[in-house]
Design a protein around this ligand. Structure first.
Ligand code: GLP
Length: 241
């Protein structure tokens, strides 16, 4: 596991943008799985700025998102699809054909999960999976105790996750009880993984990761076994001691 310490928010966003840019230069038609949340916001602004300057090109890339709330249509401002549209799809000028987002309001969620997995396979699998970290160690919406051999599936969201999301939104909006997420098996099949660690309340999850032992109570530790995982950590090396 390679760890890059980023001392400032700017260094964090730039290190992540550099990493993604390098992958796209190696393989312009890369398939990217990308997260929502506070963690990647500056990264997405940085990528949009670099794209406008011609320093990085997403013209041949394909984008999937990691997760979504069940029951929310893409037009709902709280949906992850709306977040992706606002922070990534529109600023980068991605075409509809380049983007496959999970449909949280699909009438048949099992069918949606299978269709999403089929679209991932048809695209050739994930070249780079970028992940944030939940306060309870979740990655995408794979909550503690999730099976590690899962593909895209529906999950019950834990109290900790829902509380963190509500706090982040700074309003009570009735966070759905369930989410839909790429499974840990799918994440681990990615050719490269970039884990972004930023935000408060994540000390225990971070400690579990750096302890270096696989622990089902901390889904992030499933990533330790991946042969090409890079971590960008905003907390500095002191947090790992
Ligand atoms: C949510 C998302 C995750 C995200 C995590 C961290 O639960 N399902 O994909 O990585 O929160 O969010 P943040 O970056 O806002 O701390």
């Amino acid at each position: 596991m390679r760890v890059i310490d980023a001392a400032t928010p700017r260094a964090f966003a730039c290190a992540a943008a550099d990493f993604i840019g390098d992958r796209l230069r190696d393989k312009p038609q890369s398939v990217l799985a990308l997260p929502t949340g506070d963690t990647p916001r500056d990264l997405y602004s940085e990528l949009a700025a670099r794209s406008r300057m011609g320093a990085v090109s997403f013209d041949r890339a394909k984008i999937f998102n990691l997760d979504e709330y069940c029951g929310l249509p893409a037009w709902d401002e709280h949906s992850y699809a709306a977040f992706m549209q606002r922070h990534l799809v529109a600023p980068l000028g991605l075409s509809e054909a380049q983007v496959r987002l999970l449909q949280g309001d699909a009438a048949d969620m099992d069918a949606e999960c299978r269709a999403f997995d089929a679209a991932l396979s048809a695209a050739g699998g994930i070249d780079l999976c970028v992940l944030g970290l939940g306060v309870n160690g979740h990655v995408a919406f794979n909550e503690p105790g999730s099976p590690w051999d899962s593909t895209t599936h529906v999950v019950h969201l834990s109290r900790a996750t829902r509380a963190a999301q509500e706090q982040q939104a700074r309003e009570r909006w009735g966070i759905p009880a369930c989410g839909v997420t790429m499974g840990i098996k799918t994440l681990l099949e990615s050719r490269h993984i970039l884990l972004l660690i930023a935000g408060s309340g994540k000390e225990s999850a971070r400690a579990a990761l750096y302890a270096g032992a696989a622990d089902r109570g901390w889904p992030v530790t499933s990533l330790i076994a991946h042969p090409r995982i890079t971590v960008i950590d905003s907390c500095g090396s002191a947090a790992r001691r």
